[in-house]
Design a protein around this ligand. Structure first.
Ligand code: GLN
Length: 492
């Protein structure tokens, strides 16, 4: 077994015992990248020189017998929506092609404090708008389980590199499902913490009332370790919430006795792929067999979540993306003419089709005469969706659903039909509206060999319940051990 397949916690033991060095580990990851990255295409930028320097620093600590943090020397990949000081951050967009942030996002400062090794920046849908990573202005990322299929999105690169063992773990962002859905489609663990749990300072804004940063990992223990590193309130982000951050490794309890799991009937519709329904139902039965109480719950406003999301998210995006005007940074048309034509040319050329569609949708939803009919109404429906969850969490500790209604689909299959693409998020957007923590855990494969994800949701700031159920499931099943066999073209 290659060391790239190991988890961060297993590697930490090896680093501590000095069985391997962080530099050897980093080199092994770049060798793996040379082998499979030409086919997977998960990275936009590789940062080998600084990675080796970071690894060398971690090695010095281990050699000196210092008490090293759990993520010291661990190779990690970062979605290209997170600002990294001195390292190009494109957000998957031509408009930020040459943007090199002069500062680190708070999550990066926290990870560097742990001594991580940043391998590179991962591909994504432009401005995190999409469910397949096909909206990247640069390249299409391929799902390691079947290179003809998409890895999910918008954090498709971050999911694919963990699945392909070209990183040990990674960070993504989730606005309407962009961590959970690609995690499900790539067969890895992906978690969106509660809105406000992780600082968004330095996360390029898409829809500010929904955006949240979270980890992709190979198992639940690693997920807890990354959460420990990145959570906490931050004076630089007014939406980060000042609540105590528990030690999430304390939630790694292999026992669900006494916990109540709710299964919302609205998620098991005819639109759900029957093989996914079977895998998820089997996973819920495993939890019941282990002593959890399982009961049906109702979340009656679920069917409005997508329509609501596609008003609120574009409305916020249209405001957030107003800053890309060619004046202060980013792309500017070479023959701008007067100011108005400079804005027009710059934004027409700099943004891709989906981003333009969202800006237009959002601007319309906020425009005079329509704001009440669309935006205000969507906000009211959002409250109803949140109230459904509040009522359900009076009765249960965790809610279990499928993460995605289908397994990974073929590249190109949904690009011509935006509505079809938007429906990929039908199971993840409700929890986004309510700001809830949610995880996707591998729970099996469909007959064609593609992974299925079980989504577990908790009440706000109840990540611990979610982790405990996820951990128990993992410890009593083998799904997380299944790996893709990447059919390389022999390019690498
Ligand atoms: N797929 C959804 C969208 O296109 C969610 C994206 C996300 O969570 N960033 O907006």
């Amino acid at each position: 077994m290659s060391i790239c397949e190991l988890t961060a916690h297993a590697l930490h033991e090896k680093l501590k015992a000095r069985e391997i060095t962080a530099q050897e580990l980093t080199e092994a990851v770049y060798e793996r990248i040379a082998e499979v990255e030409p086919d997977v295409k998960g990275y936009l930028t590789l940062t080998k020189d600084s990675a080796l320097e970071q690894a060398c620093r971690a090695d010095t600590g281990f050699q000196n017998g210092e008490e090293m943090p759990p993520l010291a020397g661990i190779p990690i990949a970062i979605k290209d929506v997170i600002c990294t000081r001195g390292v190009r951050t494109t957000c998957g967009s031509k408009i930020l092609e040459n943007f090199v942030p002069p500062y680190d996002a708070t999550v990066m400062t926290k990870l560097h404090k742990q001594g991580v090794v940043m391998i590179g920046k991962t591909n994504m849908d432009e401005f995190a708008m999409g469910s397949s990573t096909e909206n990247s202005a640069y390249q299409i990322t391929h799902n390691p389980w079947n290179l003809d299929t998409i890895p999910g999105g918008s954090s498709g690169g971050s999911a694919a590199v963990v699945s392909a063992d070209t990183a040990i773990c990674s960070l993504g962002s989730d606005t309407g499902g962009s961590i959970r859905q690609p995690a499900a489609l790539c067969g890895v663990v992906g978690m969106k913490p509660t809105y406000g749990r992780v600082s968004r300072y330095g996360l390029v804004a898409f829809a500010s009332s929904l955006d949240q940063i979270g980890p992709f990992t190979k198992d639940i223990t690693d997920c807890a370790l990354v959460l420990n590193a990145i959570c906490g309130s931050d004076a630089l982000d007014a939406t980060s919430v000042d609540v105590p951050v528990p030690d999430f490794t304390q939630s790694l309890i292999n026992d669900v006795k006494g916990l109540k799991i709710g299964v919302p009937k609205e998620y098991f519709t005819p639109a759900l792929d029957p093989e996914i329904a079977d895998s998820v139902s089997a996973a819920i039965a495993v939890l019941e067999g282990l002593g959890a109480t399982v009961e049906e719950v109702s979340l009656p406003h679920t069917e409005y979540a997508i329509a609501t999301y596609y008003i609120i998210a574009p409305a916020e995006a249209s405001a957030n993306l107003a800053r890309y005007d060619g004046v202060r940074y980013g792309y500017r048309n070479a023959n701008p003419g007067d100011l108005i034509s400079m804005y027009k040319k710059t934004r027409s050329e700099g943004f891709g089709e989906e981003v333009k569609r969202r800006i237009m949708l959002g601007t319309f939803a906020l425009s005079a005469g329509y704001q009440d009919a669309y935006y205000k109404k969507a906000q009211k429906v959002r409250t109803l969706i949140k109230s459904d969850f509040d009522a359900a969490f009076e009765k249960v500790d965790v809610i279990a659903t499928p993460t995605s209604p289908t397994p990974a689909f073929k590249i190109g299959e949904r690009t011509a039909d935006p509505l079809q693409m938007y429906l990929s998020d039908v199971m993840t957007t409700p929890a986004s509206h309510a700001g809830l923590p949610g995880i996707s855990v591998p729970c099996g494969l469909v007959k064609s060999g593609l992974p299925v994800g079980l989504q577990l949701l908790g009440a706000p700031f109840a990540e611990e319940n979610v982790l405990r159920v996820a951990y128990t499931f993992e410890q009593n099943t083998e799904h997380h051990r299944q790996k893709p066999h990447i059919q390389t073209n022999g390019v690498g």
